[in-house]
Structure formats: C-alpha cells, structure tokens
Design a protein around this ligand. Sequence first.
Ligand code: FAD
Length: 966
Amino acid sequence: MSQHTDQSAPKSLRDNPDCAYHQLDVQHYYEASLEIENNRHHLDDTAEALEALEHSASVELFQKQVKLLKKRLVNDPQFFQEIFITEGTNAIAWEFQQDELGEAFTRTLWKLLRNNDDMSTLLMRFLWNIPLKFKRKFIHALDVYLSDRYPMFKGLSDGWPGSNNIPPYIRPPSERAQDFDLVNQGYIGYMGLGYSFREVELLVWLEVLRDKQCDDKPCELGHLPKMDGGENEGGCPVKIHIPEMIHLMGEGKFKQAFQLIKEANPLPNVTGRVCPQEIQCQGVCTLNQRPIEIGQLEWYLPQSEKFLNPEANTEIGDYVNPWAKADKPPIAVVGSGPAGMINAYLLSKEGYPVTVFEAFHELGGVLRYGIPEFRLPNELIDDVVMKIKQMGGKFVTNFIVGKTATLESLKRAGFWKVFVGTGAGLPRFMNVPGEHMNGILSANEFLTRVNLMKAHLEDYETPLPEVKDKQIIVIGGGNTAMDAARTAKRLGGHVTIVYRRTQDAMPVRVEELHHALEEGIELKELRAPHEFIGEDKTHFVTHTNLDVMALGEADASGRRRPVPTGDIEEMRVDLVIMALGNASNPIVKDSEPGLKTSKWGTIEIKAGSQETSIDDVYTGGDANRGGSTAIRAAGDGQAAAREIAGTVPFSVDEIRSLVASAERYTEQGQSAKTILKRIDLAEGIVEFEINAPLIARSARAGQFVRVLGWDKGELIPLTLADWDAEKGTIDLVVQSLGSSSAYINQMQEGEAIAGIAGPLGLPSQLHRYENGETVVFTAGGVGLPPVYPIMREHLRMGNHVTLISGFRTRDLMFWDRPDGRVGLLQAEYPDLLDVIYTTNDGTFGINGFVTAPLEAMLEAMKAGSGRAIGEVVTIGPPLMMRAVSDLTKPYGVKTVASLNSIMVDATGMCGACMVPVTLDGKMVRKHACIDGPELDAHLIDWDKFLPRFLQFRKQEDANKVRHGFA
Ligand code: FAD
C-alpha cells in the first residue's frame, strides 16, 4: 500500500481525463506546496516558484476544479468515498497477492482497522470475505509484526483457524480464588490489561474470522436426532441465528448482530456465560478441535453495548403499558428463573399484561441463588428484570403458588393463562448413616446462604457454617458441585470434590471443572461416602468413610456404572456439601389434583406442546425436565410464550375486566407488609397485626410464614397466631431471641417488614373426637400463639380441648386475662375449654413444667378416672416437645409436634429443616417445611434432631453482638 499512499498527488485527480489543466504545472505546484508544508529545504526558492505557479492558467483552473470538487464532496460524500474505497481495496488486494504481508502494510492495516470508522468497517468486510488462505496470511502477519503489543497474537498462526484462537480473558487462579469477582471476563476483560475498546472489538472479530460459514448451520440447528426421535443433538435451544450473527460481526456490524440475537433471546448476557456450549452450539461446531467461542461472542454483544452505554441493556424503546392499554388478557408467570423470565419478557413484548409470581424475595431463580457472582453477576439478572418492568411486566415476590394461592385462584383473579416455571428445587441426599449430622448440608442450602442471603458478609445476619481453614468435601460432579466447591474455596476452605465416577464422566461444564482445579480444589475420583462419623457431644461431622469405586458396565445414561470395590478409605472432614442434584418440589403438584406429573414429580406436558394437563396452564424448564440447563429452560419459556400468545376468546369488555381484576390482585400481592398494630405482650414479646391480604385469604390453622425483617436480615419462620381474611391482615407474635427477631420487635406501627411469604407448611390435620376425648395442647412460652388458632379450630368443631400453657415466670405470661385471646375463648367455650397454667418458678399456676399436669392426665386416663385423651399437640421449645413426646409414648397417645427448625427458604428448596424420622425401622428424611410443620412426635429421632437446633448457636451469638442486640 505504501507506494500508493506516498504518491505526490491523489491518483484520482492525476488520471482523470476530464481535468483540462496542464498536468506538469500542477505537478510542480503540488510538489512546491508540499515542500513548504513540510518545511523542508530551499524554502525561499520554493515559495517563489509556488507564487509564480499559482498564477499560471493551469493552476488557476486546477484550483477551480478543486473548489468544485470540494463542493461536491460536501454535497455527495458517497461519490468520493467510493473512489477512495475502490482505490484502497484494490491496493490491499494487491498486497494480499504477495507471498507475505509486509510489516508496514500490516501495521497500517491494523491502524486503519483500529480507527473504527467507515473505512475500518469496510476493511473488516473485505477481510471477512476473502478466502481462508488470505486470512491465514493476515493472521500470520499479526503474529509476526504485532505480537509485541498483543502477546495473544504470538503463535496464533500455528494451527489457525482450526486449532488455535485468542481465548477470552480469564483472571489468574491465585487472584480470582480470593474473591467473588468475575472469573471469565470474556474478551472485554482485555480492557483491564490496557487495550482500548476498539482493540477488544478487533480481538472478538479475529475470533469471528475463524468461522467456516457452514451451509448446514450445525451450531444453530444441531444434528438431526436419530430415528427414535427426540431433540436435536447440539444446536441452540432458543434458536439464535448463530451463523447470521457471526456473519454480521465478521462484517463489523456488531450492533446489528446484537439486535438479531435479542430477537431470539433476551438473556444473551446470561446464557452466553452459563450455557453448556460444549454440548450445544460449540459441541457440533465443525472446528471441532477448537470450536468458535460462540458463548463468548453471545455475551460480548450485550456487554459491549452496556460498556458503551450503561443504560443500553435496559432500554427497550417505546412501549405502551399493556395494563393501561388493556387490549390483551393478563398472563401469570410462576417462578422467575430463566424459563419464567424469558416467558414474561416475550409476552410483555407482545403487549400482554404479565405478572411474575416468585416464591423468594429476590428474582432470578437458580441464576441468583445458585450460580455465584464469580460466574454470573447479579446485575445482569437485574437488567432483564428492568427490561420486563419497562415493558409493563409486574413482579410479586414472596408469593408461593400452591400456598399463597392455587393456579385455579390465579385464573379466578383474572389471569387468562399461567406459565409454571418453578424449577426443580428439592435437594437430593444419599441416605447413608450419619447424614443427619451437623456440618452436612445441601449445596442448595450452602449456596443460598451465600448467594442470596450474603451470609459471608459481616453486615448480613444469616449464619454460615464455619468454612475458613476447614476440611470441606463436596459430593457430586455437576455445576452445582463446582459452584459450591469454588464458593467454599473463596471463603478459605480446603476443598475436595468427591465423585463416584471418573473425571471424564462428570456432567459439569468443562470450563468450570478446569477453573476449579486451577484454583486449587482437589478431586477424588471413584469415591463415594459410605457413612459419616461425628462427635458424640456436638454432633458435628469429623470423618467420612469413602467407598472406593470401580467402573462397571454402562448404565442407561451410557456412562459406566460405578460399583464399590469393597475397599474403604477414611477421610477427615469438617463440612460436607451434598451436590447430588435436585428432585421436583411437590408444592404446586400437591395443591393441584388435576396436574399430571411423572413418577419423578416433574410436570407433564402434552406432546408437541408446553401445555400441561390443566387447560391454559403451561410449563417448562426444570419443572418439566427435572434438573436441566438454563438455556433449555429459556427455550421452553420461549416455546410456551409462542403458544400462549394465541387467539384470544374474549370481547373487548371482557378483556378490560380481566385486566382490572388481575391488576388489583397484583397490587394486593405487592402491597407493603405494614405493621398496623403493635401490642407489647410481655418483656421481649410483641404481637403485630400486619397487612398481608393474600396470605390472610389462604391461611389455615397450623401454618406459618417466612419473615425477612429487613433487607440484610435472616429468613425466619413464624407460626401464624391469627389472620383476618376480610381485613387482609395476619397476626404474629415475636419473641426477641436472635438478632432478626430482636430487630422486628423494635419495629413500630406504620413501618413495613421487608418480606413475608406464606402461608407455608401443611395445615393441622383436624379430627373430630365424637366421644368427648380431649385434645391436649402443651404450649411452651411463645408456643402459645401457634397453638391458639389450632385449638380454636378444634373448639369450633366441637372437640374438647385442654390447654396446658407453660411460662418461665408470671411476668412473661400473656393472653390469660379475661380480655386476652385465651380468656375470650374460655368465655366463648366454657364447657369445651380447660386451661392449666404452669410456671417454672411457681409464680403462677402449677409450679413446674407442662409435663407435670400432662402426666397427671395420662395417669388419670390410664386409671379410668380422667377424661380420655384424643391426641396431644405440643408446640414450644424443642426440649419441651421432646419431653412431652417421651412422656406420652408409653401411653400410646397420638402426639404431634410442630417443628419450625432452622430454615432458610422454608419451601423445601434448601433441605435445611431436615427432621430424621423413623419409619418401619428405617431412618427417613422429612422436611419440616414440606411435610410439616406438624409431625408425629413419636417417629421423630429426637437424639438426632435436637442438635440441629443448636448448630448455629456460635454464629447467632456473634451476630447478636455485631448487630447490637446482645
Ligand atoms: P429455576 O431457575 O429453578 O427457577 C425457578 C423459580 O421458581 C425460582 O426462583 C423459585 O424460587 C421459584 N419457585 C419455585 N416454586 C415456586 C412456587 N411454588 N411459587 C412461586 N415461585 C416458585 N445450568 C446451566 O445451563 N449452566 C450452568 O452453569 C448451571 N449451573 C448451575 C449451578 C447451580 C448451583 C444449579 C443449582 C443449577 C445450575 N444450572 C446450570 C441449572 C440451571 O440453573 C437450571 O436448569 C435453570 O435455572 C432452570 O431454570 P427454571 O427457570 O426452570 O428454574
């Protein structure tokens, strides 16, 4: 190119036959003016010559021509651009015909590419379209001449494009294993090394340049399934037009490429990072040694937009609020994981009024509470939420479908169709001896404590098991195992992943395993826990015995089945994290008898559709597939959105009425949980009346709510003391124990509690005792409020009730006066309700514990002198419940204990509220929040269960000090 650019006059002017001037004069004039400009030598002589030439006829004519040309340039720049472009590309094409590209040419070409103007776009298009052998020449030249500034070019030409490329920027393991910042920073991460945005864009483009532009588009479409049907192998579940995207990027049209991707997938910034590309788009890439980094390209586009315009990712352009427009019927989306999000996004975009109902107080599903921020920053989920909101989509958090409302009641509230994207959030365990011990928890629980509840941060209140310097094992080989292991590593643990097969059979994304190992996490292949052993006193795990496995015959998954060899290996452990996958959460299924589910509990769909067995109810993602992937969930949400947006069978007026009703319902769900009344019952015990209309509407005796006092607080379960469906209020009694309850207890009327979800758990099973048997309630301290609505139900049914209410001392008693709740019930049911009070210090009623009068009743019953006891319900401190259970067992009296143990999510997702129960001589795991809170007290293995109440005592005490409640 240099010989062209160094010519003394523009070629277009020199060769133009229409230019009627004397070429020689003009040539001299041009050279003279250049000499003066460049201030070289013979300045005076040259100035004189220039003066003379300026008045020559030909130069005057030339000047006129130049003026005309300038005018034309202003009026018709395209004309000139084309001249220069043709010239330029011809010159470049000439260079590419040479054996090798020269240094000057390469440097100039790169400089032009860096300019980020029309010319550079044109050059990109040119280079994208030239045959591979020329592209190779270009890459070779970059390697040879530019690797001083760009070390990533060094050696790039060896094996390019098939087996060599510029990888995205990954932070060094020693640095990243200390914090929660993003590990794989993508191509944009190179900016951190000092490269400009345009340089990074060129690195991305160089990756694109490797593309073979295959006709059959395997990355998008995958390979056709075998004869037995099923899904395509590989390809893109959300049908991103990958080859077209790459083509646009190849031509330098990054904005258009982003536009294209957005049309198929509103979550590219998410799926680009977490999608298992190695089994989808990249898995079938014909550059099979080193596939194109499609995932990286996918998230580079939104990320670069965000970099250039921080608001860009949340801008959705003009829209008309679909709730105000009210020309389409409302849609309810249940669950805000990728399936629900994409569904809500697409339907909002189509102009449907959409409300997303989410069980947690935060949105995003597994993307938020499961996948850590070092893999997926939460702000990306917030961007998607913001976009949906801007299109009019609404969100109701702390709303548990199946508990707060059924699918049927959502329809009754005005929602035409419902999409259920509730995921598969019930963690699996191994059911090996010792698994109940403290220090053994599910990955869901561990990750939720850290990712959602920020338990590792000083100013947050949720307790976290001790991790720093502890020996930690993570059981499992999937993404969840890796996330848990890498999180534990970042919190200072010595982490080993224990996997029963070999590394190559691990279902984890290859990149994640690679990163985990780089970060210093150990891997023990062919090992599986056989049992856990712990300390007798603290019940904390100390060892595990591992079965040494070998690989046997292939199983249904095609992988070789691991079989125990009989050898056992002992390993010291302080913390065990179970990452064995998730089963389906039964909450929705149990509340909808018409909803067909598989034997694994997943929601079934009609063939070729996302519709369930209930009309107008659709599903997808993990709720239907069991544990799957984010991109498959997104694909299902997309497919369901297409189906949902069908023909609307309503008149204009009917639609308006549905929209108005659904909007009212949504607003009720969103309404602040404001404290309407506060009554100080006793020292440290407060009764609150709280606005919670939808919870009040569904509440039943025996149920509880999950309360988040303030945004950095802990989720705590509180049993409902009462509710008023008409007023839309619930009543809670809170005793100041931990820092969360202490915080709530300080709250005043008019203040709002950050979040309340419920009603949770199963309602009490009420039995009518026809023969006058009494139902005995033993309530310990603030066990009285949860007892109150249950005994009231029994009284309403006509059962006789004996309340034994125990307090430490008279000063802590409440509701006992004639105008108190118990007093009022006594007045209402004088013949059906007997009340016995006990105090530990004898300041009121019987001196001693609730067990004393209970024992007397049991003895009287046995002797035939007292009233028969139908059942005993015990609610209060765990030790009291155990004492009651032990007492009644020999008498064979049915006894129910209500267990609100240490919960995190209270919907079964985390498995924290595990209760070891013995059924048919075998220990079975029950969950207080799913199977309870009321469980048969005689089946509970109290020895194993009680220590779980105290496992976070140390952390809770420290919390109280930190938050000033000690
Ligand atoms: P979810 O993401 O589970 O979302 C379901 C939502 O529904 C949740 O917010 C839940 O609170 C809510 N919900 C549940 N029940 C109710 C109810 N009754 N009422 C209201 N709301 C309810 N996949 C990948 O592709 N790549 C990865 O790298 C990857 N890593 C993972 C790491 C971890 C730790 C885990 C646990 C999973 C990972 N997965 C990964 C799997 C992937 O995250 C899931 O397949 C995907 O999130 C499923 O999406 P979903 O929308 O179906 O459900």
